[in-house]
Design a protein around this ligand. Structure first.
Ligand code: SF4
Length: 635
């Protein structure tokens, strides 16, 4: 007998609450979480709607294996139309919220409409209520979470909520789970705020059902061992992602001062070693079912930021709020990180807009009077102050809260040339002048320039497992070389499919595309045993492709063309000063060659980047083809 996924639909305009069981053929085609979310978004959002209007929907999808002993499978995908880009958005979050939703008997939650006043949704097993949140509005993430736990008298209540940034419709507002885990990128927190939805609190007491428990248990144990024994696992546990700071700085690919440089003199203080040695790191934890536990907490116990306590910091945060702003005062970075956590914001985008403002200051485009503060590189206090201002849309923060693309349009002059974004999303902290598969993956990512859609870490060939993956994709280990153009399309496509399947089942991408224990083969076996729906490795990867293609089509329906698949101006026009030759620049010509190969490989039209009718039909997306044809958006 197969196990079927269940959707909870909540309409905040009408108060209607419905449940629905997903048909087996839809489950098999879209797997779960991100895939089912993408289908729900396509079916429920009309093109051209305002992302912050009541016609947008906010979809939570627990990983299809969340709550099971499959390792690192506790992640959740949140999907909506992005207010940052006006395009497709999926954002992924760890912690325990998704598993709890499954314990309560649901796999997906779709929120429609807009409540006339602040509310929260309470899910206690099959009992679902929309409750008044007037007393929570204005509270930060920590206060909201603690208030809800005591108000509902459930100490282990799992809370996904927004902070003031989400309420203020800040375009980089995040949804925070268990306080310190962020569904960060693309402004999903603002969509939640636009619905007057402060929180979704969940408590479940059920057990996860398996179609073939014995078979599932066997593969789960084998997969746990494979992840645990990967050669990169110990380092990831010890340092978390902050372990990347020094090696990336060493190869002169550490984005510094708004991507003007690739090396930061103060990197040591932003490293995993320093956090450990200085005692700032307090404890390590894992998301639900994780065998790596790369998450950590930090606390500042001396100096002007004493008392700051938060999750992380991740490599991305240290780079965005630290090196990117020329700041080596790690305590200031930790304070800004804490503010992002409790006010509910994406640390990558917050750091990106602040360093852009610092460059505007350096170049005389924003004065001290206009900024209301000294925005010199390295001013940690300014980073802390601006972070708060962005959340509350105060002073210069009101301009930055719209994201770097809109801020550059407003401030004018040449400032767009140093706005490091694609499609309106601030680029995450990968130097894509020095890594061609990442450059291509960032250009075609439907949510903008970001690594959490298609992590191509294997192209660096840093471990035997990574080199084996590259060999499997391309036929030769020699392609584990980030400066090559050849085979980048194949590498990106494989990672797209694998990453989509990873997200759908709730696996952490670290376990499949940075460590390599969660293979497509193991994912297919686990899915088959859990749901009783037989799935081969090829079918699983094809489902990933179907999902990636549907996400692309969402953007096509919104009017996206090839011009949007690009890279930030700076990265295509300015060489990294510390490098000459290899890895110094990503020219437009180089990117165009990779894009041509990528579209060809997918059987998408090279001129428009649109998927062809035959491609959509081959993937079973006939309804999508029909709709795009009516809109004249089939090549
Ligand atoms: S490796 Fe880190 S991010 Fe991934 S599931 Fe484990 S704790 Fe969460």
């Amino acid at each position: 007998m197969s196990y079927q996924l269940k959707i909870l639909h909540v309409n905040l305009t009408t108060g209607e609450i419905l449940t629905e069981t997903i048909q087996e053929k839809i489950s098999k085609a879209f797997l779960g979480s991100r895939g089912i979310n993408a289908k729900l978004l396509w079916d429920n959002v009309k093109p051209g709607i305002d992302p912050l209007g009541e016609d947008n929907v906010l979809i939570f999808g627990a990983g299809a294996l969340s709550g099971t002993p499959a390792p690192c499978s506790g992640r959740t995908t949140v999907t909506c139309k992005s207010p940052a880009t006006g395009l497709y958005l999926k954002t992924n979050v760890g912690g325990h919220w998704g598993a709890e939703l499954r314990f309560a008997g649901f796999d997906h939650l779709v929120v429609y409409g807009k409540s006339p006043k602040p509310v929260y949704i309470l899910i206690k097993d099959s009992r679902v209520e929309i409750k008044d949140a007037s007393d929570l509005w204005g509270k930060d993430v920590r206060e909201t979470t603690e208030t809800l736990k005591s108000k509902e008298n459930i100490p282990d209540l799992q809370v996904a909520c927004i902070g003031p940034a989400g309420e203020n419709l800040v375009k980089m507002a995040a949804i925070m789970c268990s306080i310190y885990n962020a569904a960060a990128r693309g402004g999903a927190g603002a969509v939640m705020g636009s619905k007057n939805l402060k929180a979704v609190a969940v408590k479940g007491s059920g057990a996860i059902k398996y179609a073939r428990p014995e078979e599932f248990g066997k593969v789960a144990v084998e997969t746990r061992e494979a992840v645990y024994n990967d050669s990169g696992a110990a380092g990831l546990h010890r340092f978390g992602t902050s372990g990347s700071t020094l090696p990336v700085n060493e190869i002169k690919a550490y984005p510094t001062k708004n991507f003007q440089r690739g090396h930061f003199e103060g990197a040591e203080k932003l490293s995993g070693n320093y956090l450990e040695d200085s005692g700032l790191l307090k404890r390590k934890v894992g998301c639900n079912g994780c065998v790596i536990s790369c998450h950590r907490y930090n606390e500042v116990t001396a100096g002007k930021y004493t008392g700051s306590y938060a999750g992380g910091p991740e490599y991305e945060t240290l780079s965005a709020l630290g090196a990117g702003c020329g700041v080596d005062e790690v305590e200031a970075v930790l304070k800004a990180n804490e503010l992002c956590n409790i006010l509910g914001m994406d640390t990558i985008s917050v750091g990106a807009v602040i360093q852009w403002a610092m460059e505007c200051f350096e170049k005389g485009v924003i004065s001290k009077e206009e900024a209301g503060m000294d925005l010199s590189w390295g001013n940690g206090e300014a980073v802390v102050q601006l972070t708060r201002q962005i959340a509350y849309r105060e002073g210069l923060g009101a301009v930055l809260a719209e994201g770097v693309k809109k801020a550059a349009e407003k401030i004018g002059q040449d400032s767009w040339k140093w706005a490091i974004e694609v499609k309106g999303l601030e680029q995450s902290r990968v130097e894509t002048r020095s890594s061609n598969a990442y450059a291509l993956a960032f250009a075609v990512n439907p949510r903008g320039a970001d690594h959490l859609h298609t992590e191509c870490y294997a192209e660096f060939g840093l471990s035997p497992e990574a080199r084996a993956v590259i060999k499997e994709i391309t036929g030769d280990e020699k392609y584990a070389n980030p400066y090559l153009i050849e085979k980048r399309a194949e590498i990106v496509r494989w990672h797209e499919d694998c990453y989509a399947a990873t997200d759908c089942l709730g696996f952490c991408a670290f376990s499949s595309t940075a460590l390599y224990g969660v293979t497509p083969e193991r994912m297919a076996k686990l899915y088959s045993a859990a749901f009783g729906i037989d799935m081969s490795e090829e079918e699983l990867m094809e489902a990933g492709r179907r999902i990636v293609t549907l996400e692309k089509c969402f953007n096509v329906r919104e009017g996206a063309t090839r011009e949007l698949d690009t890279a930030p101006y700076r990265l295509m026009h300015e060489e990294l000063p510390e490098r000459k030759g290899e890895g110094a620049i990503l020219t437009k010509d180089k990117l165009d060659r990779m894009l041509d190969e990528y579209y060809e490989l997918h059987n998408w039209d090279k001129a428009t980047s649109w998927p062809k009718e035959e491609t959509l039909k081959a993937l079973g997306l006939e309804n999508v083809a029909v709709e795009l044809k009516k809109m004249n958006r089939l090549p």
